[in-house]
Design a protein around this ligand. Structure first.
Ligand code: PEP
Ligand code: MG
Length: 585
């Protein structure tokens, strides 16, 4: 039978794990509802039907927000605030009320027509974050349509057996409604790693893969399948050999997790005694408990964007100080390095702009935004200083492109210290201040920058994209996004060497820090700290403990002179394979 043939769909892994199960395909889309004429006298009743559908949707979304808040915390729950805001957009709703009267057609069709025009406009903007938000608006629109029909959204397509969901796209509320024990994993054709859907999948702990081509069209419900949330694959009708490979892998991964737990308290030292600080990258407050559990020595990067922007307006100084205090207390006696607001580019915009930026990645981002919006910047800096009275705080500035920004940012920080001192509010004199090195100009100027700060942390995600001029979220050019590009390696080397010459430490907080192939060259270049996501941390620790610093140093000396990333990868892989083959499975 044709469907018994093994088919491998490859995409992008956004949430780790392996799951076995039966496929359930959901082909739901934003389909046009039936259209029919409405006589003039019926217009008020038709408008009332629309109003009732809106009220019902608001109730459902509020319930969903409460449910998610209780599972994943306040920040995730707030994702549904933006959904609720769509239903409060009076200008948009008025267009629907007007359309019912002017078109004299049924309310659901008028609503559909208005929303389609709105969604088209959203999808055309150049800002990738706003484009991604079109999915949220579509999500709300689908719910309203379902509520006209009188059916509840959750009832649609829900199988009663445990399954792996395959869908064209999943909206955040689809994802939030999934029950982890019932939906064992999901795979979609659309989506991106920065979408809320991916973020929620990770926080629910469901393996997930996105970007699979033609999956909905070709895969049949009830086909047996395996989802590989490490490599980004969905294997439909797996052969006995594939199945046993994955059973082995899954067993190994869980044995491995248990074994890794045993090194949680051990030092992160190479076999010849060079110590590396391993710290955690986090984005949400609810992840704090995982920091000590993973064995991390504090936080190397706390991204504050989600907290700062998800409520629709910036939290005030006192609220920020409360969160930062909880963060430092959770990781005591270690340090929590908190990054000041990093908006723009692929991230959330700081505020609505009068017109979209032609090149958001080269636009009003990171420290540039903070230096222009001193009020916002000062609130955040004062809140960070206030938290320093309760534990070890590090402050880090994103997207620095040269010395002037550092000088200005330090100056604003001094003003904030004076403000607090004047008011008699306590703060520590020992706050480390660092620069993220993620723009090539900053890496080249590392000697000057490192003379002004206490540490540098290399943001390789951005450093790579700016060095090789490849948008980090554009799949069309992703094959050119090469972490081991010789130019990237030389910039990293220059940064680390400059830090050492000025007596400060240098870390990496981009994804490269948990790349087990490149780890030998990073150690060999003399990196002092690596900050990685908590699920990856035990793996990275285990790999460091298997490496020999002297060997890594020799490798790095050679590798940095190599002319192609392929060759650098080859020599790193050789050493990694020798030191920890079991981790590279
Ligand atoms: C980076 O650019 O490597 C980084 C850590 O910052 P972000 O991914 O938040 O841009
Ligand atoms: Mg960055």
């Amino acid at each position: 039978m044709p469907e018994a043939r093994e088919m491998i769909y490859e995409g992008e892994a956004v949430s780790q794990g392996i799951a076995f199960g039966l496929v359930h395909v959901v082909a739901r889309g934003f389909a046009a509802p039936e259209v029919y004429p409405v006589p003039e006298g019926q217009v008020p009743a038709e408008r009332e039907r629309f109003r009732r559908a809106l009220d019902k949707t608001k109730e459902q979304l509020s319930a969903l927000r409460n449910q998610i808040e209780s599972i994943s915390g306040e920040a995730e729950g707030r994702i549904f605030e933006s959904h609720l805001m769509v239903l409060q957009d009076q200008a948009l709703l008025n267009r629907v009320y007007d359309a019912i009267a002017s078109r004299q057609q049924n309310a659901e069709f008028c609503f559909y027509a208005v929303m389609q025009t709105f969604l088209e406009a959203m999808r055309r903007v150049s800002d990738p974050y706003l484009r991604e938000r079109a999915t949220d608006v579509e999500d709300v629109a689908q719910r309203v349509l379902h509520n006209f029909a009188g059916s509840t959204f959750e009832e649609a397509d829900e199988p009663d057996h445990r399954h792996i969901l395959v869908a064209y796209d999943l909206t955040p509320s689809d994802t939030a409604s999934l029950e982890p024990g019932h939906t064992l994993g999901f795979a979609t054709e659309r989506g991106s790693t920065v979408s809320h859907t991916a973020i929620l999948a990770r926080s629910l702990g469901i393996p997930a893969v996105i970007g699979l081509k033609n999956a909905v069209l070709n895969i049949r419900t009830l086909s047996p399948c395996i989802i590989d949330g490490y490599e980004g694959k969905l294997i439909v009708n797996p052969s006995p050999a594939t199945r046993s490979h994955y059973e082995r892998l899954s067993d190994e991964k869980s044995r491995f997790r248990t074994a890794l737990d045993s090194i949680r308290e051990s030092d992160t030292k190479t076999t010849d005694g060079r110590e590396i600080t391993l710290s955690a990258n986090i984005e949400f407050e609810h992840e704090l408990a995982q920091v000590p559990q993973s064995g991390a020595k504090g936080i190397g990067l706390f991204r504050t964007e989600f907290f700062m922007l998800e409520g629709g307006e910036f939290p005030d100084e006192a609220r920020q100080a409360g969160l930062y205090r909880r963060v430092v207390e959770a990781v005591a006696p270690h340090q929590a390095i908190i990054r000041t607001l990093d908006v723009g580019g692929d991230k959330l915009p700081g505020e609505p702009l009068p017109e979209p930026e032609p090149n958001p990645f080269l636009g009003w981002r990171g420290i540039r935004y903070s230096l222009d919006r001193r009020d916002v910047f000062k609130d955040q800096l004062r809140a960070l200083l206030r938290a320093s009275a309760y534990g070890k705080v590090g402050i880090m500035f994103p997207l620095v492109s040269g010395l002037r920004e550092i000088i200005e940012a330090l100056d604003v920080l001094d003003q904030c210290r004076e403000d607090l001192a004047d008011k008699g509010i306590p703060f520590s004199d020992n706050v480390e201040v660092g620069a993220m090195i993620e723009v090539p100009s900053a890496a080249i100027m590392a000697a000057e920058i490192s003379s002004r700060v206490d540490f540098m942390s290399i943001g390789t995600n951005d450093l790579i994209q700016y060095t090789v001029a490849v948008d980090r979220v554009n799949p069309r050019v992703s094959q050119l996004y090469k972490p081991a590009h010789p130019a990237v390696m030389r910039l990293i080397k220059n940064t680390i060497d400059s830090g050492k010459a000025n007596g400060i430490w240098t870390g990496i907080c981009g994804e490269m820090a948990s790349d087990l192939i490149l780890l030998p060259v990073l150690i060999g270049l003399g990196i002092d700290e690596l900050s990685v996501s908590t699920p990856r941390l035990p793996l990275v620790k285990s790999a460091i403990r298997a490496l020999n610093y002297e060997e890594c140093r020799k490798l790095a000396e050679e590798a940095v002179g190599l002319p192609e990333s392929r060759l650098i990868m080859q020599s790193c892989r050789r050493l990694a394979m020798k030191a920890y083959p079991e981790l590279l499975l």
